[in-house]
Design a protein around this ligand. Structure first.
Ligand code: DGY
Length: 308
């Protein structure tokens, strides 16, 4: 195999890089001379980096983009399709871990667990103070924006807490009994916690804006394990600062790894470094599926988990 057949675009996990180097002599796009890049057939990227038009311009022979991660909104899929380039992602293998993290955020932000941990570490408990009372998770009303694989896994978990689940999708699902709500603002108004699990990209950009946050209201919490772009982050900061929502649990941000400085000192937010799928088991499974897609494409001319 030509040593420029597989190219890596952006920063990938070291174990995946090692396997791509070992099995395909893959190299990073930035390290390739123009004529080497011009021979690449498969690009491996991550959901955070993506392959955009400027990369595609350097890769005229590209046939497939293999994305490490379920979200592929950082890749210009429309431009790839226009050039006849197929795209795959890593669905299913991370569903459970992202859903686990979402439930963790729901419990953490509603019960104030991380804030209470800081309270203990600061010695406030030892000095006789008690933290403010939190909010009850069990029996609460949960609104899920994006009832796909991950949204459904979150719903199933939270059912175990006796919650009432409603959801917003563009189209209602026929295989669930949860109430479908046509617009996000109404869903927010009727929820104690709004959990975002929608795909990123232009279709969901700023789906949660000031109006939705106001509908969620001063007793409502926002949890986001989807993409930072789904939320108008300035509006979120303003809503938190004004006490117009109760709190937020965030695993994703608009310009990662940047987190708005206004959030850093707040106890009503839980801030995570986009770790939804970050377990040993799941990252291994994602790397395995990524490599299986590369192999299937090069051996059989097909992707195992194509998008769209
Ligand atoms: C993905 O794979 O897109 C998720 O963001 C992982 O956390």
């Amino acid at each position: 195999m030509d040593d420029s057949t597989v190219v890596m675009v952006g920063t990938l996990r070291p174990e995946l890089v090692a396997r791509l180097e070992r099995e395909y002599a893959a190299r990073e796009l930035g390290q390739l001379a123009a004529e080497e890049a011009a021979r690449a057939r498969v690009a491996v990227t991550s959901g955070v980096w993506g392959v955009r038009a400027e990369h595609l311009d350097r890769l005229p022979a590209l046939e497939a983009i293999v994305n490490f991660g379920v979200g592929y909104d950082a890749t210009d899929v429309a431009e790839a399709a226009r050039r006849g380039v197929v795209v795959s992602n890593t669905p299913d293998v991370l569903t459970d871990c992202v859903a686990d993290a979402a439930v963790g955020l729901v419990i953490d932000v509603m019960r104030g667990l991380s804030a209470a941990d800081r309270f203990v570490r600061r010695g406030e408990w030892a000095s006789g103070r008690t933290p403010a009372l939190a909010r009850r998770v069990s029996g609460s009303r949960v609104g899920i924006v994006g009832l796909g694989r991950i949204g459904l896994a979150i719903a199933r978990r939270l059912e175990g807490f006796g919650t009432t689940i409603s959801y917003h999708n563009r189209r209602a699902r026929t295989d669930v009994s949860y109430a479908h709500v046509r617009d996000v603002e109404t869903l927010a108004r009727d929820s104690d916690v709004l959990v975002l699990a929608a795909a990123g990209g232009d279709g969901s950009r700023h789906l949660v804006d000031a109006a939705v946050l106001d509908a969620l209201g001063p007793r409502g919490f926002l949890v986001n394990v989807a993409r930072g772009s789904v939320v108008d982050e300035d509006a979120l900061v303003a809503a938190l600062e004004a006490g117009r929502i109760a709190g937020a649990g965030l695993d994703v941000f608009a310009a990662e790894p940047h987190v708005p400085s206004a959030l850093l000192g707040r106890d009503d937010v839980v801030l995570l470094p986009h770790l939804g799928s970050a377990t040993v088991e799941t990252r291994q499974a994602m790397a395995d599926l990524t490599l299986a897609n590369v192999a299937a494409y090069l051996d059989e001319g097909r992707l195992l988990t194509p998008v769209g």
